[in-house]
Ligand binder design. Structure first.
Ligand code: ZN
Ligand code: ZN
Length: 378
């Protein structure tokens, strides 16, 4: 039953049979000698994506990128991630095998494909090491001077023609060579040397997040102005969010604060980050660290009182400690699709309120006028 994967023609036929109702998935599987799960994945579009019309929509540097441009720091992280899978321990002259590949096969890399358009590890290595924007054309054949397919050492990779490549293979065959060849004349490095990114991937990833944060904040109006979030990801209340330190949807002004003060999110876990901006337009959406301060919820209320922006609902006995905006924020964070929502317990712990109180706020049973959704899909 567990046969090879299906050919494109077989997969097309399977799709046609199942979609037209002529056969069940199980029957198709039996017919083709494939496992039912393979057919199921095919029908659901998880495999053979090119047959579903979704191929080519992936974003890559060679193709189209959507949204904000990739920052140089993110690019560095991606390249380092690729090179981390190349074993360079043998030194500059040795073969650099792709880690985890088969001895007689080219390495395969999805990371590299996003960057260069080729999923072949040695082609990606060639492209990155030479600072090319895209993998070379098909007509250009990369020859392994070492005859070792997993090798990603750019000094062992020589651009050639199909003819030269065939001649190489013929020569190897004639001489009865099967093993790895010593490279006596390595390819010379380009001016400036080979471009091989390296570093601690976690550190590089963090630097990339910080650079992405800055790219999403408009600070062009100067150090005294408010710095609004310009990316698409934002709450209805106006402030932006992004993934940071492994947490999803961290409010942007909290990131602004920790980045500016060299802190981590854990350091401000029990603190509110308050806006001091006088301009109301950006009051939730300002990410200028000079306009932000850490404080307790009580200070937040006091701050609002002095600014005269305290809504009347907050004068309720519970309202003395918890502002409408905080409750609205909790509701916004909670009423997301299942799997993405924090637990009530976690929210309650975060702001130091009881689970019962938070639960009533979320459902709108108390503080109904505080704003924000009080149920799913609102
Ligand atoms: Zn080699
Ligand atoms: Zn501001």
């Amino acid at each position: 039953m567990t046969r090879r994967s299906l050919s494109d023609a077989e997969a097309r036929w399977a799709l046609e049979m199942v979609r037209s109702g002529k056969m069940t998935q199980k029957q198709v599987a039996a017919m083709l000698g494939a496992t039912p799960s393979r057919v199921n994945q095919l029908v659901n579009g998880r495999t053979y994506k090119h047959l579903h019309g979704t191929a080519g929509t992936r974003t890559s540097d060679g193709g189209i990128r959507y949204g904000l441009d990739e920052t140089p720091e993110r690019r560095l992280w991606r390249e380092a991630k690729f090179w981390a899978r190349v074993d360079r321990s043998g030194g500059a002259k040795a073969c650099w095998p792709w880690i985890g590949g088969k001895p007689n096969h080219y390495g395969q890399t999805a990371t590299g494909q996003g960057m260069t358009g080729s999923s072949l590890a040695h082609v990606v290595a060639f492209t990155l090491a030479r600072r090319l924007r895209k993998a070379p054309d098909w007509a250009l054949v990369l020859r392994h001077l070492c005859d070792y397919k997993p090798c990603c050492n750019p000094a062992h990779l020589k651009p050639g023609t199909v003819g030269e490549n065939l001649a190489d293979r013929w020569e190897a065959y004639r001489e009865g060579r099967t093993g790895v060849r010593d490279v006596t004349e390595p390819v010379a490095a380009p001016p400036g040397g080979w471009n091989i990114a390296a570093g601690d991937l976690n550190v590089l990833d963090h630097l990339a997040r910080v650079s992405e944060f800055h790219a999403r904040v408009d600070s062009s109006a100067g150090p005294d102005a408010c710095w609004p979030w310009i990316a698409k990801s934002r709450h209805r209340f106006g402030y932006g969010f992004m993934r940071f330190e492994g947490q999803n949807t961290v409010p942007a002004h909290r990131i602004a604060y920790v980045v500016a003060h060299g802190l981590t999110l854990a350091d401000i876990r029990h603190q509110m980050i308050l806006h001091k901006c006088t301009e109301d337009a950006y009051r939730n959406n300002c990410n200028n660290p000079a306009h932000l301060m850490a404080g307790t919820q009580a200070e937040n209320i006091a701050d609002k009182k002095t600014h005269g922006t305290m809504p009347s609902g907050e004068r309720h006995h519970m309202g003395r400690r918890y502002s409408d905006s905080l409750i609205a924020e909790l509701r916004e964070r909670y009423w997301r699709p299942r799997g993405k929502r924090p637990t009530i317990t976690a929210l309650a712990a975060e702001i130091g309120a009881s689970i019962g109180v938070v639960s009533r706020w979320l459902k709108g049973a108390s503080r109904p006028g505080a704003g924000g959704p009080t149920g799913p899909g609102q």
